[in-house]
Design a protein around this ligand. Structure first.
Ligand code: NDP
Length: 322
């Protein structure tokens, strides 16, 4: 495993980390989740990503149980949560968003479900147009001062809003955002590479990037249709299927060109796509998703590819998928 600083902070995250979306508390059972966390840990993964909205809090509960069961040392791993979407099945107005009230309530609930006394990373899962940014910045700062959160950040916020939050924090001597959690893969590059570009030096922003495989599309598994045991076959994820596959065939075509090039290079597509994300020095960690341990083991091989492949190959992958 490699370890990278989270932006300009002192926190060292494993370059590959494990996320719980779709899988924990939903697609897979507790024993499979336990095996995934144990395998990740054995390979040097030290960051486990979660959110209140994943399976209405069930993902955090499973992750908390599994980490406790495995007796991972609290000072050896980092765990995150995200606030915005809410966890209650029947969400009332105060049970979602980024108000001071929900930020506090959601943090307390996540701590309980994850069975920890603090969250290492805490994200505002989306911007909240109904809450002033200053209110959220103060709420996050309070959690840090209370020792409930160590670093706070955003997920899929526009650069202008991240800058505004940082400016408010600077003006009032509060803790500002340390990291962003954006989607980043060979099919989706603009936000990380262009929109956020000035923020890396300006704010020391770190990134914990998601969907390195575009939900599995870059493995080539959807070329001949949707396999029955894949996430896109789940009826409740019809919205995800539409967004991953697209409606004009373009994403499938670009993914097909990528898989063909991987075959030419003699490398499995999944670790290759993940390794490409790591070639960007502004990526602090790549969040892996896996529904089976064999997938995770294959994906962890991405680290070895970083030394094996050269600049020209990375540029060829970009050309093939653009
Ligand atoms: P990926 O793009 O890596 O997709 C993971 C899925 O791809 C797996 O669950 C599996 O799906 C398939 N897959 C993975 N490896 C292989 C392999 N080697 N061979 C074949 N299929 C494979 O990541 P995710 O979209 O899951 O995102 C990762 C994490 O990022 C999440 O868990 C979450 O923590 C975070 N995230 C954050 C978001 C945010 O808004 N902040 C949004 C989304 C994710 P299958 O079960 O179908 O086989």
């Amino acid at each position: 495993m490699q370890y990278r600083r989270l932006g300009s902070s002192g926190l060292q995250l494993s370059a590959l980390s494990l996320g719980a979306w779709v899988t924990f508390g939903s697609q897979i059972g507790r024993s499979e989740a336990r095996e995934l966390v144990a395998t990740a840990w054995d390979h040097g993964v030290n960051f486990f990503d979660n959110a209140e909205g994943y399976a209405n809090g069930a993902a955090e509960q499973v992750m908390g149980d599994v980490i406790a069961d495995l007796r991972l040392p609290r000072d050896g791993y980092c765990v995150s949560s995200k606030v915005f979407f809410g966890a209650a099945a029947d969400r009332r107005p105060t049970q979602r968003g980024l108000s001071r009230k929900h930020v506090r309530d959601a943090c307390d609930a996540a701590l309980k479900r994850l069975r920890v006394e603090h969250l290492d990373l805490y994200f505002c899962h989306r911007p909240d147009p109904d809450t002033p940014v200053a209110e959220t910045v103060w709420a996050m700062d309070t959690l840090i001062r209370q020792g409930k959160v160590l670093y706070w950040g955003t997920s899929e916020w526009p650069a202008t809003l991240i800058r505004e939050a940082a400016q408010i924090a600077r003006t009032h001597h509060l803790h500002g955002p340390t990291m962003e959690q954006p989607e980043y893969n060979l099919l989706k590059r603009a936000r990380v590479e262009l929109e956020y570009a000035p923020l890396y030096a300006e704010l020391g922003l770190g990134t914990t990037v998601w969907s390195p495989l575009a939900s599995g599309l870059l493995t080539g598994k959807y070329t001949g249709g949707v396999p029955a045991d894949s996430r896109l076959a789940q009826p409740e994820l019809a919205w995800l299927k539409r967004s991953v596959l697209g409606d004009d065939g373009d994403r499938l075509t670009r993914a097909g060109r990528f898989v063909a090039l991987a075959a030419e290079l003699g490398v499995a597509p999944a670790p290759l796509a993940i390794a490409w994300c790591l070639t960007n020095p502004h990526v602090s960690t790549v969040l892996l998703g896996a529904s089976r341990t064999a997938q995770l083991i294959e994906n962890l091989q991405a680290i070895e590819l970083l030394d094996r492949l050269d600049e020209a190959t990375w540029r060829r992958l970009e050309a093939a998928t653009s």
